[in-house]
Write a protein that binds this ligand. Structure first.
Ligand SMILES: Cc1ncc(COP(=O)(O)O)c(C=O)c1O
Length: 454
């Protein structure tokens, strides 16, 4: 009997990788040439190592991107369902954001002083998330890092808790995972000399007894989580889990930090607003300023008061929070245009049904061929997972990852002008994404599966 990977013959998967790699090389001579030249000055040939995480043998060099369409230097166009892994979730260069950036460009970019726009942006953030107080950072990583620091200062507790398989940016404290039930450093972590497991607890998502046990000692300052895990495939909360999480946090006076950076796909105001969560802190990066490096963190009035008290107690000096370029004038122009004109309820009215259509379309292609996979979606974010059952936690989600199958599918799609995220099998639908683009992705996934399952 043929050996199978994720229900598909390994031989077919390997053959597709070989064939599609050759096709990519043949079709992209300019990207290949630039890739070789780039090795002269860039470590591993790229300015940022994630650019190597695509399925291609050398990076695809981009010439242009507008809306949900991207063009490469060899002249191919792509329907973009990756959208910069969420940074451009509301489309590449949304017109109001592009106009706002152009208007500000000649008037100073960063002053370390506020502009009038902070009033409108504060109002928009409160309207969107229901939290009154906000701060701005340059990345979601920084927003999460600073929030963890605030939580420790406020509670005077040393530890934090993450769920196995979570990702919250390059935040050292969060790089703890489970192996055989024990906390370990996330495999591959570089240059970490502190034992992060002494201050970070880790339990499986959806595991209420383990969470209760971990919070029982009241030494955890905060739980930081996405409301659905989106960085290890997709793990949805089981019914009641987020209620239990909120209840356990309340009972043990542990703060709750909801990272909406990816789950902002859920709907206007993210998962938090859509499902009525009540976090102490909320963080959001990536698309908040339309793709310009910007992130925000918000908190309740009670937290703001406790932050003031913690700061007063620490006394004069430097809090260790804040970076020079954060909250600059350009970010605020972009964020204002994005929040007021792009990330609107009307935008979600387009994105959500279309993403649902995409998810159900892919599901049908999978079912018709009896392939043991499934599709999950959180609003405008959908993910096909190479396993029959929805994973309940990070371990199950990890077991559902099949590198070679993903590589084959991603390459096949890319060679046919379709980009999905290079990490697992994630798709995003933007306000600019069309029905035709969705139909093409669904059909092409079906054709890909036909070839793989043949
Ligand atoms: C949920 C979540 N939070 C935070 C981040 C970090 O974002 P950034 O890399 O922009 O700092 C990511 C990045 O993928 C993320 O998925």
């Amino acid at each position: 009997m043929a050996s199978l990977e994720a229900g598909l013959p390994v031989k077919q998967v390997d053959a597709m990788i070989k064939r599609e790699t050759d096709r990519y090389i043949q079709s992209n001579p300019i990207s290949q040439k630039l890739g070789i030249e780039a090795r002269r000055n860039w470590v591993k040939g790229v300015p940022h190592h994630w650019m190597l995480d695509w399925s291609t043998p050398f990076p695809l060099f981009v010439a242009d991107a507008v809306g949900a369409t991207l063009t490469d230097v060899d002249g191919h166009t792509y329907d973009d369902f990756c959208l910069g892994d969420t940074g451009s979730m509301f489309g590449h260069s949304p017109a109001p954001v592009a106009r706002a950036i152009a208007a500000q460009a000649g008037h100073g970019l960063t002053y370390m002083l506020p502009t009038e726009d902070i009033i409108a942006v504060g109002t928009a953030l409160e309207r969107m998330f229901g939290l009154p107080f906000w701060q701005v950072t340059t990345t979601a990583t920084d927003a999460n890092r600073f929030v963890l620091r605030w939580c420790r200062a406020i509670t005077r507790r040393p530890k934090i808790l993450v769920f196995h398989g979570a990702y919250h940016g390059a935040v050292d404290d969060t790089f703890v995972r489970l192996k055989d039930g024990q906390p370990i450093h996330r495999p591959g972590l570089i240059g970490q000399v502190y034992d992060l497991t002494t201050q970070t607890k880790v339990v499986e998502f959806n595991d209420v007894p383990a969470l209760a046990a971990a919070l029982r000692d009241r030494d955890v300052a905060c739980v930081i989580t996405e409301p659905a895990l989106t960085n290890i495939g997709m793990v949805l909360p089981q019914p009641g889990f987020l209620d239990d999480l909120q209840r356990l946090c309340r009972e043990t006076e542990t703060l709750l930090v909801i990272d909406e950076t990816h789950t902002i796909s859920t709907g206007y105001g993210g998962y938090t607003r859509t499902h009525g969560l009540k976090p102490d802190f909320l963080t959001l990066g990536k698309p908040v300023a339309g793709g310009l490096p910007t992130a925000v963190f918000g908190c309740s009035a009670e937290m703001a008061e406790r932050m003031r008290a913690a700061e007063a107690e620490a006394g004069p000096g430097y809090s260790g929070m804040g970076t020079t370029l954060s909250a600059n004038a350009l970010q605020f122009k972009a964020m204002r245009a994005n929040l007021e004109e792009v990330m609107t309820p009307a935008a979600y009215d387009h994105m959500l049904p279309l993403s649902e259509k995409l998810a159900r379309g892919i599901e049908q292609e999978i079912r018709q061929r009896n392939i043991p996979w499934h599709v999950s979606n959180v609003g405008a974010r959908a993910e096909f997972v190479c396993a029959p059952e929805r994973p309940r936690n990070g371990s199950e989600a990890q077991a559902a990852m099949h590198g070679p199958v993903e590589l084959a599918v991603h390459l096949y799609l890319l060679n046919r002008g379709l980009l999905i995220a290079p990490f697992h099998n994630m798709t995003l639908v933007s306000p600019a994404t069309s029905e035709a683009q969705v139909a093409r992705l669904v059909t092409t996934i079906g054709q890909c599966l036909d070839e793989l399952a043949a």
